[in-house]
Design a protein around this ligand. Structure first.
Ligand SMILES: [Zn+2]
Length: 97
């Protein structure tokens, strides 16, 4: 649906937009953490995912197949980070390697 597509592009930013919040939760720069999409097996860094941040939470989607890889929801009591859409997250031992 073209209208829906336009709306998605208006609401979309890249994964760097949620980097600050993720860094607070994980205590490190998350934009360079690798992911593999559980939907299509594409590998990408968190910073390269498509971020939708205007909903009640934030959603990071696969740029290839639009699977929701990371969902972040805030409640008064807790922060939920749902990574069901990721086959894995890959944390390098050193950022220089
Ligand atoms: Zn995908």
């Amino acid at each position: 649906m073209p209208a829906e597509q336009d709306m998605n592009q208006v609401l979309m930013v890249d994964g760097n937009a949620v980097a600050g919040g993720l860094q607070q939760r994980f205590g490190r720069d998350m934009t360079i953490v690798g992911t593999r999409c559980a939907g299509c097996a594409r590998s990408a860094e968190i910073g390269a995912l498509m971020a939708f941040v205007r909903g009640p939470g934030a959603v990071l989607r696969c740029p290839a197949c639009q699977t929701a890889i990371v969902r972040i929801v805030e409640t008064p009591a807790a922060q939920y980070v749902d990574v069901r859409g990721a086959a894995y997250l890959r944390f390098r031992r050193s950022p220089s390697r």
